[in-house]
Design a protein around this ligand. Structure first.
Ligand SMILES: *[C@@H]1O[C@H](CO)[C@@H](O)[C@H](O)[C@H]1NC(C)=O
Ligand SMILES: *[C@@H]1O[C@H](CO)[C@@H](O)[C@H](O)[C@H]1NC(C)=O
Ligand SMILES: *[C@@H]1O[C@H](CO)[C@@H](O)[C@H](O)[C@H]1NC(C)=O
Ligand SMILES: *[C@@H]1O[C@H](CO)[C@@H](O)[C@H](O)[C@H]1NC(C)=O
Length: 281
């Protein structure tokens, strides 16, 4: 083997190595970049200030996710799929407008929500895909100060009625993003009922001690929100009123029936008397 052939072989090998490196750079290093926006939604005052702040009815163009290829290439069949909290699919209250830039290098999906629920103030994942690239996931943040609602036995309420002696559990549901702290207070004496606890338990509710409003407040970096729920412990004699109404109704009905029967009887007697009079004529 001559020096020149081995030199040539080395050059071929070098070229092949460079080519491989080059292909490697294109196929393994180019990827999709998916970026979500962050949007802070202002709340509006609640009805009768309870809760103090609530969500508005509609959000237009509230979040965006955009996507491009790291090597600046054009995107073919680009697509962005949104999910709530990484695994919940979105219903028809969510609408999306997709737009590919004129140079076809930047794809953007813009989300709007109508009739938003508290739980929609959250983090969304957007999964971007395009031909020739593996999918990538970005995160968009919809943020607000805390949102508050109450649950009693799994039903949303702002007022709950119990009999004296009954146990009751009040749950403060704090939503909004980022998550807020939770603090419970009894309104009548401003006494603390618990910090960072979602639920308070009232055992053997009493009319004098426990009836009244309970406040739940929450705080995050955007501010404070609060709401109150009324615990309506019925008066120990509360059953008397409906009982009296029922008795009075029964008496009235009995009188009506008696009067009617009396009148009918009199009419019948009159008719008989008339009949007798006719016969004797
Ligand atoms: C879906 O999301 C919820 C809350 O973010 C989480 O607790 C649950 O484990 C998730 N499920 C799956 C299958 O990822
Ligand atoms: C892509 O387009 C969106 C909306 O037009 C824009 O906000 C974003 O900055 C663009 N991204 C890039 C990398 O050009
Ligand atoms: C949303 O994401 C941020 C950080 O990415 C996190 O701090 C926050 O707790 C998340 N919000 C919710 C509601 O999970
Ligand atoms: C609960 O938190 C409030 C302020 O957020 C504080 O003033 C109070 O001392 C706390 N109570 C307890 C029992 O930790």
């Amino acid at each position: 083997m001559t020096a020149s052939t081995s030199n040539c072989l080395a050059q071929v090998l070098l070229a092949a190595a460079l080519l491989l490196l080059c292909i490697g750079a294109v196929s393994s290093e180019a990827n999709l970049v998916v970026q979500g926006s962050t949007s802070v939604i202002p709340l509006v005052e609640g009805k009768d200030n309870n809760p103090r702040y609530v969500l508005d009815r509609a959000y237009k163009n509230v979040l965006q996710c955009s996507m491009y290829a790291s090597n600046g290439s054009q995107l073919v069949n680009p697509k962005i799929d949104w999910q709530l909290d990484f695994n919940k699919t979105l219903d028809q209250r969510f609408t999306f407008v997709a737009k590919l830039s004129e140079d076809k290098k930047n794809f953007t999906s813009t989300m709007s929500i109508v009739r938003p629920e508290n739980k929609f103030v959250a983090n969304y994942s957007c999964r971007g895909s395009a031909d020739g690239f593996s999918p990538e996931v970005g995160v968009a943040h919809l943020e607000s100060q805390p949102l508050i609602s109450f649950k009693v036995e799994n039903e949303t309420k702002s007022d709950v009625a119990v009999w004296p002696g009954q146990d009751v559990e009040l749950t403060c549901v704090v939503e909004g993003n980022p998550p807020g702290t939770t603090e419970w207070r009894r309104e009548k004496d401003d006494s603390p009922m618990g910090n960072d606890t979602a639920s308070i338990h009232i055992k053997g509710a009493s009319y004098d001690g426990d009836r009244g409003f309970y406040l739940c407040s929450s705080k995050n970096k955007y501010g404070v929100n609060s709401a109150k729920i009324f615990l309506r412990v019925k008066h120990p004699q509360a059953y008397l009123t409906p009982l009296i109404i029922i008795i009075v109704e029964i008496i009235i009905m009995a009188i009506v029936v008696a009067v009617y029967e009396f009148l009918m009887a009199r009419k019948r007697k009159q008719a008989e008397a008339d009949g007798a009079a006719y016969k004797t004529d």
